[in-house]
Each structure stands twice: as structure tokens, then as C-alpha cells.
Design a protein around this ligand. Sequence first.
Ligand SMILES: Cc1cc2nc3c(=O)[nH]c(=O)nc-3n(C[C@H](O)[C@H](O)[C@H](O)COP(=O)(O)O)c2cc1C
Length: 416
Amino acid sequence: MHRSSDLKFVCLCVNDFLFEGETARLVCRVFLHIRDGERPYGVPNQNGVSDLLYKSLAKPLLFKMDPEQAHHLIIGGLSGVGSVRPVPSGLRVMYGVRETPDLAVDMFGCHFPTPVGLAAGLDKNGQAVTGFSSIGFGFMEVGTVTPLAQSGNDQPRLFRLPPDEALVNRMGFNNLGAEAMAGELARLQERRIPVAVNIGKNKVTPNEEAHLDYAKCIQALYTYADLFVVNISSPNTPDLRNLQHGNELKELLAAVMEEMNRQQAKVGGAAKSVLVKIAPDVNEQELEYMVGTIAASGVSGIIATNTTISREGLSHQHAKETGGLSGKPLRERSTEIIRQVYRQTEGKLPIIGSGGIFTSEDAYEKIKAGASLVEIYTALIYEGPEVNRRIHAGLRELLRKDGYHHISEAVGADHR
Ligand SMILES: Cc1cc2nc3c(=O)[nH]c(=O)nc-3n(C[C@H](O)[C@H](O)[C@H](O)COP(=O)(O)O)c2cc1C
């Protein structure tokens, strides 16, 4: 049992800086009980504690900070995790998700212990793979990485819209470059989940030479990636989305596949998968053309979708900011795109669903529309890492209710 002087001391600190009254007392109790290895009074289980820690302690602190500083704090904290031996196991105890046969997926030449991954853009340089692997993700994307380091757009470039549970960002592929990411991934001691490297082009590279940038990223990172994602759908690099249309897409994907084959011949081993990440802001004809071209190119799958430039139904002042909108307002549109892609490809081209997933119901909706795996970003910011456990447990329950034994049986169920 902790001493009451301890409780008073921590209470004073927390009270002064962050919280008031009851919340402060609750936070202190949780802190002291965890320090003393006990279960806090009134908090029923481990899940409750970790959820409370994020919602009562970390989130209010992070949301008081500038969004980008908060982002750096998360990445900074999680990137240190790999080098301190007991920390990843501690995080796994707090936030890890136990692999279960009904939700584990084998696809793209990889084993996904759970079907919920971390979307691209949070770990731009692959610095926090061990940390993110420890908090319940079944896979993660690192990047978008470009051949050369670049600083991205001017700050501020990341905005919260709390009432809408959304974010607007115009980061502009700020990253340390492909060689730096290769160094980070080479240093990894163990890999618990598949790591997809999301690649893009430098801002200064004209679209006619974009294929060379994607090829350079593949050359630098082929050995370290479990799979690749070709990002042609960020709204924050001028003209990037034009690569989704016309002959440019065909030629780009041909160049990407050629480089993949070249690297496989050089390095050996089984062929690695390539996926293409698409935007939600396309009309039906554009999408049909895009999907047709992607399917014919020989890539292994599609990620649907990236952020949207639409601001429909938003009133928060940050809705006026230029950039890509993510989170809840994107959910329906990205699911609609998944539905169309699945229908057009008759379920033959696997889809990873991304956009506005906060709950197991959101994830299940995308799975039934046609997604084989899903990924999240904004929900992690609003809900904290406990969101992975909640989605996992909820998905199991939803499968069971519908009489399915494995997630693959639910994929595309809406179309049958
Ligand atoms: C701050 C921020 C940065 C992002 N950066 C990238 C990126 O570099 N590459 C990319 O493919 N997607 C990027 N995304 C898009 C996410 O990967 C994801 O597709 C999108 O946010 C929709 O998912 P969500 O609603 O769960 O956030 C970014 C999203 C956010 C919020």
C-alpha cells in the first residue's frame, strides 16, 4: 500500500499542473497503485487503467500542446522504447493485443497477428517501430519517405478539430530521407509485426521524373521493408494526385514493378508485395480507371483511402485550413471507395481500409464492404492506444454474432 504522504505529494504536483479536484485525485491513485504494482481501487482491470491513463493524464496534456509538438513527444517517447529492454514488454502488458486465430491474417506474404494496423504518417522515419509494435498494432506503415530528406511545409501544418474528432494536416512529406530510414530499420533487433514502407516523391521532383524517386526509395529500402506502399494520394505535395490518372499511373506502376523485380533478383528471397494508396476525392469514372490500371499493373493490393480535401458538414474554425482531413468525417466516404473497389475487382485485389475508424463497428463496416485489413491514425490521437484492444475485442464479438469463424469470411460480405 502506498503511503498517504506519497499520495499528497503526487496530488499536489498533478493538481498544480494539469488537473483539478476529483480528476487529480483519481490520476494520483492510478499512478501510485501502478508504481506499487497494485490494481487501483475502483478501476476494475488492466484495460481500465491504461484507458484511464491516456484519457485522464496523457490526452489532456497532449491536447494542451501544439499538435505537432505533441506528435514529436509521442514519437520521441516511443522511439526510445526499443533500446530499454523491459519497456516494450511493459507496454505490451498495458496495451498489447493477444493474437487469436479468428483475427490473424496471412496475406501479402506476411503474417498479421491482428488485422488493425497503424496508418502512414505518424512514424515518418521508422524511428518508433518497436514502440508501436508493442501497443497492439498488427502491422504498421512507416513513411511517407522520399529519396532525399525534406522539411515539409511551413508550420503550423497540423490542426485538431475536436468536436468532429478529426485532424487537418498539410505536413508535406517532412522526413529524413530513404537512407536515414534504412538505418533505422537496419538497427531493429526484432520484428513482431510486418512493416510496410510508404514511399513518395520529393517536392522538387517534377511528375515526369516521379518514377525515379519511387525507384530510389525501393533501392534504399528493399531489404528492410516487408512490403511497400506507393503513395500517390497525399493532397499536400503539389500535383502528386495527378499521378493517379491517365498514362502517368500506368507508367509509374510499371517502373515500380520493374524496380521491385530488379531488387528481388539482386537480393533473392520471395517477391515482396506492393500496394497503392488512393485518394477519396475522385469521381466514379476516375476511380474505375484508376482501379483498372492498378489491377492490371501486377501490384498486390490497394489502400483506400488517404485523407480528403472535402470539408462537408464541418463547422470548426480549423476546417478552413488547407490540407487533408482525417478522422470521423472521412469514414463513410472511404468505406464507399472500398465498396466500389471490391465490386470492380470482384474481391480479387486485397484492400486495406483506412479512414475514420474509431470503433470495432467502423472497422467491421469496412471489412464487410471489402477490406481484408484496416488501419488507423486519428483514432489513436483521440482515443489513445487502448483503442486497439477495444477494436480487437469488438471485432471478435461481431464475427461471432454473425456466425463467422474467421475474419476472411466477413470480407466483402455486403456484396453477397
Ligand atoms: C498528420 C497526418 C499525417 C499523415 N501523413 C501521411 C503520409 O505521410 N503518408 C500517407 O500515405 N498518409 C498519411 N496520412 C494519412 C493516414 O495514413 C490515413 O490514411 C488517414 O489519416 C485516414 O485515416 P484516419 O482517419 O484513421 O486518420 C497522414 C495523416 C495524418 C493525420
